[in-house]
Design a protein around this ligand. Structure first.
Ligand code: ME8
Length: 656
């Protein structure tokens, strides 16, 4: 069992948790879950950074003590992570005694070793960043980050002899090509190290700042917040003699965004070296989320509140989107439209459709009756088996590089392959012909779902658990279970539809609401095999329906209305309106064409019980013969709504 230690930055408590914090914490969580799935011993740390000017100023503004302010906002981070389902093993706060004791012990050690001296420093200081800037870094007299004027400050302070580690650090980075990754950030640091490294001011006079950890060797000063904060990564492991420190520090990996590259890639390794600790293994650096094409920042007012989005779209969909959309290491743009687009196309359509089709087919086809013999497997089954088997090591390799987007892309190739397999093998037809190949197909689908329920667990944990539960597995997922062909025959399977309901995009729904407000009450009427096979309008308007006049009870009784279960659905090629549905009436299966593609994706329908007119003359629409039509409600210009049952009835049940 190998050990795995992963940290996020400890976030400043002067701002509420937002999309950027959520991204880092979510990818760390997915990584921790992946490692647990492999059977590794995992320690996943996050926390809050609570000292320094920034917090002290924000607390003063809020009219509370820094401690009360930190308590409240640190709680907001913890609560956010709880609601997002984050599985951190520890949460460290820099105001905790376990942390301050370690910071002071390390400072004392460095002081005793002559690594720290008292000196005078004058420099351009940014209160926002809490650091001095060199002439080279200043942009037009302003802070390169905040774009606000810098203040010239001259004062006596304690300095850490960082400059003396420059040669050592360059050599260390060069000798460990994967220490800082992706490579662009390694190159950035090596570029920076071409200029002489300055010593680091590690104290702040107490007359200017009270809110910090006092220097153990001079009570007139508190510790510079970055020197304090970085030490959280070892104080949380009970340095120097904790068991956790011995187990996890040798395999430490940090995860940050590019904004805090320098403290992590330069100050921290030098601090570790000077204090006699090993350097961490990897610094994994991701890019920045931009919103509306610009930098996301509180002052610009475009901070996206993480929880609100996860609440709206669900934790799994939110996690999936951020991991799939951002190429780790590069910047990405966040838009709600892109989130909804991926949710509808990749989660509802690709994955939701597959799960609902496969579980419905398995249940209706008599379950997983037997494990197919090797010689029964055809080319498609072999392809699926080989992709299913290689997906685990491939995703593992992607995850080792923090390439979340690649890992998900790979899993989705398998999902699409499986949807194609259902289209190709048409299990509902095999069932109709009582073809022995049905068992092979259903087993292949069941086994594939089981694999997906495991490999998806780190990324979309709730949906993956539902997939596993549909196959009777409610235990902890494990990669050990991902051995192809070990799903026992007779495993109970339950239908699972609506795993990810489609979301309408906000603009469309606003338009629809406006349209429906202009109209009268909707009228239910049959559609599909309509008089408008070109797809111009597949259903009469409410006005036309009214004009059809009265029918007698006998006339109505001539209609044979039945409950039908949708087994499969697909678009009719070249038609914008028509969907071809394969439905079960219990004793028989039929093809029904319905003009509802404008309002329903095929995935939305599979597994649904609908009502059809079963005794209608067959008609051919766009080359597909339709035997029946499904009942749909609509208003004159609004959305169509397929009639479903409010209590379960078997397919074929009469509707009167
Ligand atoms: O820097 N895109 O805390 P912080 C992506 N306390 N990630 C983002 C982001 C964005 N637009 N904005 C923030 C600090 N982040 C220090 C860290 S560690 C010893 C001390 C994420 O609250 C990203 O992980 O400003 C970034 O590195 C971190 O939040 C900065 O959080």
């Amino acid at each position: 069992m190998s050990a795995f230690y992963l940290t996020t930055p400890i976030y400043y408590v002067n701002a509420a948790p937002h999309l950027g914090h959520a991204y880092t914490t979510i990818v760390a969580d997915a990584m921790a879950r992946w490692r647990r799935l492999r059977g590794d011993r995992v320690w996943f740390l996050t926390g809050t950074d609570e000292h320094g000017d920034k917090i002290s100023q924000a607390a003063a503004k809020a009219g509370v003590t820094p401690q009360a302010f930190a308590d409240r906002n640190s709680g907001a981070f913890r609560e956010t992570w709880r609601r997002l389902g984050i599985t951190n093993d520890d949460f460290i706060r820099t105001t905790e005694a376990r942390h301050t004791a370690v910071v002071q012990a390390i400072l004392q050690r460095l002081w005793d070793a002559g690594e720290i001296y008292l000196g005078t420093y004058g420099g351009h200081y940014c209160f926002g960043c809490e650091r001095f800037y060199t002439e080279k870094e200043i942009v037009g007299g302003n802070c390169p980050d905040h774009r606000t004027p810098l203040t010239w400050i001259e004062e006596e302070n304690y300095f850490f002899r960082m400059s003396k580690y420059q040669g050592w650090l360059i050599e260390h980075v060069e000798r460990h090509p994967d220490m800082i990754r992706p490579e662009r950030y390694r190159n950035e640091i090596l570029g920076f190290l071409r200029d002489p490294l300055q010593d680091l001011s590690i104290s702040r006079p107490r007359r200017r700042l009270e809110w910090g950890i006092p220097l153990p060797f001079d009570d007139h000063y508190v510790t510079y917040v970055w020197f304090d904060a970085l030490i959280n990564y070892v104080s949380a492991l009970d340095w120097p003699d904790g068991e956790k420190f011995r187990t996890f520090w040798p395999v430490a990996q940090h995860l940050i965004a590019k904004d805090i590259l320098k403290p992590h890639a330069i100050y921290w390794p030098c601090m570790l070296k000077a204090a006699g600790l090993d350097v961490y293994r990897h610094l994994n650096v991701h890019g920045y989320w931009n919103v509306g094409g610009g930098k996301m920042s509180k002052s610009i007012g475009n901070v996206v509140e993480a929880l609100a989005l996860a609440d709206t779209y669900g934790n799994d969909a939110f996690r999936y989107f951020v991991m799939r959309e951002m190429t780790f290491g590069l910047d990405a743009d966040f838009t709600e439209e892109a989130l909804v687009g991926r949710l509808n196309a990749e989660l509802a359509n690709d994955l939701g459709n597959l799960v609902s089709r496969a579980t419905t087919l398995i249940v209706n086809g008599g379950g997983l009756r037997r494990v197919p013999a090797e010689d029964e497997l055809g080319e498609p089954e072999r392809t699926i088996r080989s992709r299913g088997t290689t997906v685990v090591p491939d995703v593992d390799a992607d995850m080792a590089e923090f390439a979340f987007q690649r890992a998900l892309g790979r899993i989705w190739e398998l999902v699409r392959l499986l949807n194609g397999y259902v289209d190709l093998t048409k299990p509902w037809e095999l069932a109709k012909r009582q073809d022995r190949r049905l068992d092979v197909t259903l087993y292949t689908l069941g086994e594939s779902l089981r694999f997906l329920g495991v490999v998806l667990a780190p990324f979309i944990p709730a949906a993956a658990a539902k997939i596993r539960a549909a196959l009777g597995d409610t235990g902890q997922p494990s990669l050990g279970a991902a051995t192809w062909g070990t799903l026992p025959a007779g495993t109970p399977v339950q239908k699972l539809s609506g795993l990810f309901p489609r979301v309408e995009d906000a603009k469309t729904s606003a338009r629809r609401e406006a349209a429906s407000a202009r109209r009268s009450a909707p009228a239910a009427h049959p559609t599909g095999a309509s008089a408008h096979p070109t797809g111009a309008s597949a259903h009469p308007t409410g006005h036309e329906a009214e004009a059809t006049g009265r029918v007698s009870k006998d006339e109505f009784a001539r209609l044979d209305l039945r409950v039908a279960e949708v087994l499969a659905a697909e678009a009719v090629p070249k038609s914008r309106k028509l969907l071809r549905l394969t439905v079960s009436l219990g004793t028989e299966q039929r093809t029904v064409v319905a003009g509802i593609a404008g309002d329903y994706a095929p995935a939305d329908l599979v597994g649904k019980k609908v009502v059809i007119v079963a005794n209608l003359e067959p008609v051919t629409l766009m080359g597909v013969e339709s035997r029946g039509m499904i009942l749909v409600g609509s208003a004159s210009e609004g959305r169509l709504a397929v009639l479903t049952l409010d209590r379960d009835l078997p397919p074929g049940a009469r509707v009167t």
